[in-house]
Design a protein around this ligand. Structure first.
Ligand code: IMP
Ligand code: ZN
Length: 352
């Protein structure tokens, strides 16, 4: 991590709703992975984007490919998931929705089913070890893999949603936004929604091929999703359209906003121009998240502090943002109530 956030932000109880497992691997865990696979000749500079560095979004996707080479066995996934969960807990995250794309690896015999089971095993082990964090899982669809894989992934996610007593709560749509078109994935997304999976969709993340992108955003918004990842180019000042904003507002769809990820991935030019400002001023539910804390060398406390210092938020404002994030989780109501009570217990200690 580049700098450490002030104590208020570290003590603030936090909700993390947008964290990709393989993008969240810390320096420490990366060292263990690299030493397990020295023959790959992978160095840290290939898996993390440090302070002051930027990459294009395309280059970020190359970074994920490198991480995937390092994480290709059940043993790796178990270690990575447990480390990531523990690190979020150490950062004061009390509720985490982790997401990951199930992968099969012919070389190691890893299957998509075992991939998901291993992540769930990591969550259960952390629970049994008393780690102070409630973790749920979103099964991710990588848009580059097309409609058949998307449908197959939805079916797997449905199965796990029904068999894991609330651990699997939803579906994520992610991957390189310039590859494929959302229209091809609509049948899978509709099926997921009607089966009860919540939808967290990366949407309007990058500006390119404007007409088809607006069309895709409109189509995906018509589902409507339960949360939006990034939504960077939805609003008219950023090349989007008022009708898209109107849809988001009408359905009250929360946004997952990841400041450092957008700056380092060069979809937003600087912190002060981040679209957090636009949505926050509208009073629209906006949740600060990390996206890929390992790749972008950040943590959630730091992201809250960056939002506060950039947009002049008081501790009271930041507290409200953190409480509001509880309402945006995919957890059932009784869990939200339990979390809200915990936040009340923390309040006098944190907001002193
Ligand atoms: P994994 O799903 O746990 O393997 O996490 C890495 C994957 O998450 C990448 O290969 C992408 O598909 C996805 N991902 C991570 N960050 C982003 C992002 O900013 N935009 C779109 N997809 C992303
Ligand atoms: Zn993301």
């Amino acid at each position: 991590m580049d700098t450490k956030a002030d104590i208020f932000y570290r003590e603030l109880p936090k909700v993390e709703l947008h964290a990709h497992l393989n993008g969240s691997v810390s320096f420490k865990t990366m060292e263990k992975l690299i030493s397990r696979k020295p023959h790959l000749n992978i160095e840290h500079s290939m898996t993390a984007i440090r302070s002051g560095q930027q990459r294009t979004l395309e280059e970020c996707f190359q970074v994920f490919k490198v991480v995937h080479q390092l994480v290709n066995t059940e043993e790796d996934i178990l270690m990575v998931a447990k480390d990531v969960i523990n690190e979020f807990a150490e950062d004061g995250v009390k509720y985490l929705e982790l997401r990951s794309t199930p992968r099969e690896e012919t070389k190691t015999g890893l299957t998509k089913r075992r991939y998901i089971e291993t992540v769930l095993e990591a969550i259960r082990q952390c629970q049994n070890e008393g780690v102070d964090i409630d973790v749920r899982f979103l099964v991710a669809v990588d848009r580059r893999n097309g409609s058949d894989v998307a449908m197959e992934t939805v079916k797997l996610a449905e199965e796990f949603m029904l068999s894991t007593d609330g651990l699997v709560v939803g579906l994520d749509l992610s991957g390189d936004p310039t590859v494929g078109h959302g229209r091809d994935l609509l049948p899978a997304l509709h099926r997921a929604k009607s089966s009860g999976l919540k939808l967290a969709l990366h949407l309007s993340e990058k500006l390119f091929q404007v007409p088809s992108q607006l069309e895709e955003s409109e189509l995906l918004l018509s589902l409507p999703p339960d949360r939006i990842g990034h939504g960077t180019f939805l609003h008219p000042n950023m090349g989007g359209a008022q009708r898209l904003v109107d849809q988001v507002v009408k359905h009250n769809i929360p946004l997952e906003l990841c400041l450092t990820s957008n700056i380092k991935g060069q979809t937003v030019s600087c912190y002060s121009k981040h679209h957090f400002q636009y949505w926050y001023q509208l009073g629209h539910p906006s949740v600060i998240c990390t996206d890929d804390k390992g790749v972008f060398c950040t943590d959630l406390s730091q992201e809250y502090q960056l939002a506060a210092s950039t947009f002049g938020l008081s501790h009271e404002d930041v507290w409200k943002l953190s409480v509001q994030a509880v309402d945006c989780t995919f957890a059932p109501d009784h869990v939200k109530h339990r979390l809200k009570r915990r936040w009340e217990d923390f309040k006098p200690h944190v907001l002193r």
